[in-house]
Design a protein around this ligand. Structure first.
Ligand code: SAH
Length: 464
């Protein structure tokens, strides 16, 4: 190791930044985040620093650097563009044993400022010892995506209970196991999803010996329209830590690949008119699995609250006091339209956008047609493949132009995506021979014309 990694306390201590430009202002910002009292030494100040000065947040010595400026400083950072000044700062600081960093000059530094991932109170620091700062920053970015933004809250939560846990478990190993269970289990998840009050309550109960540490819970997760890259960070994290996954037909096989390998998979898929498991039974299955103490992933295509019956499922969970969280997903309208090159709104063509379903519970297509044929509006129809001829006929009968553009997209965002575009008059005929396979999304409106210009995604030929 070229350097010793340490984290230094500078709260309420005087720290010095030499230089008043934009690099200096970033260093000031960093020192302030750590609570330092910052003095800037520079003849002139960058507007950002001027503003901090006016606000009373920093002190300013409007001079060029002199060794006397260093008096009492806990740390000094030189960020001027004058090599001579930077060198003078470094030598003077070293002579007084004050830790010094000179931006972009590792040979003049006695400490290095690492790239950081800030989940305060949790901090990750990455350093290449000055050898390859860009590489360190790239690594930092990767770590940034791996650590949920709310990890800091989890650390702060743990701090609240540290003493109480110590009292409860005097044995260090028991304590470690306890904390691992908290962080991996339901309580940790509650904190990460912003449900601290519930987590505090559960923690207090567990510590009082009257609650279960790892009771089951349900994650109702939107798996997006198919391309696994469209999953949210939270969806992916939960998918990788569950005991059982209840999924249906709409979830793409690429997304299913990312569910934890050891998880039990339960298919409750539905295709039109052929319900593998009635919704009621699915609702109760989720309750039963959670009551067995399992972490249950209820994985849905798209977004759980858009034609996903997510509302019905969590109603049953609530009635049965099963803890849950809902993770939104990219709904088909968003994902599929983007990948098909059809913007849902556009200043020239559509100021509003309506999502509707083309398939009703009783199998009919009985929509508010008058509302669907308004001008300057895009209509997205879910579950409309079978009803397509009827949909086109009704739209025309209610005043839409025969030539109004309409597209149908099969398995959008996946390698099996196919787009068939035409007009209200022509599309049913085009689709009859196209052999499209579910799921298919219909988009109606002038915006469909833009596809010719904007389409960017091309699935590889022959992909299955
Ligand atoms: N909750 C889902 C929708 C469920 S309804 C969501 O938010 O996307 C099922 C319908 O969604 C399908 O009939 C189809 O119209 C549409 N759909 C979902 N994924 C799709 C995809 N990848 N390509 C085309 N249509 C899709």
């Amino acid at each position: 190791m070229e350097t010793l990694p340490i984290f230094m306390k500078v709260r309420n201590r005087p720290c010095l930044v030499i230089g008043g430009g934009d690099v200096a202002s970033r260093k000031v910002n960093l020192l302030q985040k750590a609570g330092a009292r910052v003095t800037v030494v520079a003849p002139e100040l960058h507007p950002v620093l001027e503003a901090l000065l006016a606000d009373g947040q920093i002190r300013h010595l409007a001079t060029t650097f002199e060794p006397a400026c260093l008096e009492g400083a806990a740390v000094v950072i030189a960020a001027t563009d004058d090599e001579e000044v930077n060198r003078a700062v470094s030598l003077a600081a070293q002579a007084r044993n004050i830790p010094v960093n000179v931006v972009d000059a590792p040979e003049l530094c006695t400490f290095i400022v690492p790239s950081i991932v800030d989940r305060s109170p949790l901090l990750v620091a990455v350093s290449s010892g000055g050898a390859a700062p860009v590489l360190a920053r790239m690594l930092r970015t990767r770590i940034e995506t791996m650590i949920p933004a709310s990890y800091g809250r989890l650390a702060a939560f743990a701090a609240e209970f540290r003493e109480a846990v110590k009292r409860r478990f005097s044995n260090g190993q028991q304590r470690r196991i306890f904390w691992e269970d908290v962080f991996h289990g339901a309580i940790g998840e509650q904190v990460l999803s912003g449900q601290e009050p519930a987590a505090r309550h559960a923690m207090a109960q567990v510590l009082a010996g009257s609650g279960e540490l790892n009771h089951g819970e349900v994650y109702l997760v939107g798996g997006g329209p198919g391309d696994p890259d469209l999953l949210t960070f939270r969806a992916l994290r939960l998918m990788q830590q569950v005991d059982v996954c209840v999924y249906d037909k709409l979830v793409s096989k690429e997304v299913m690949e990312l569910v934890r390998r050891d998880a039990e998979l339960i298919y409750v898929g539905k295709s039109r008119d052929q319900h593998t498991l009635p919704q009621e039974d699915i609702n109760h299955l989720l309750v039963r699995l959670a009551k067995e103490g399992k972490r249950v992933l209820r994985l849905k295509g798209g977004d759980p609250f858009i034609f996903g019956r997510g509302g019905e499922e969590i109603e049953t969970l609530m009635e049965n006091n099963v803890p849950f969280q809902v993770v939104p997903g990219v709904t088909a309208a968003n994902g599929v339209s983007s990948y098909a090159g059809i913007p849902l709104t556009h200043r020239d063509y559509a100021q509003s956008c309506l999502f509707t379903t083309g398939h009703l519970k009783d199998g009919t297509v009985n929509l508010d047609w008058a509302a669907l044929v308004r001008p300057k509006q895009t209509v997205v129809i879910y579950m409309g493949l079978v009803g397509l001829p009827e949909i086109c006929r009704q739209l025309i009968a209610h005043g839409a132009e025969q030539g109004l553009p309409i597209a149908i997209v099969q398995q959008g965002t996946t390698q099996r995506q196919r787009v068939v575009a035409g007009t209200l008059a022509t599309l049913p005929g085009q689709v009859e021979n196209a052999g499209l396979r579910a799921p298919c999304l219909i988009i109606v409106g002038e915006v469909v014309r833009l596809r010719e210009k904007l389409a960017w995604f091309e699935p590889s030929p022959g992909a299955v």
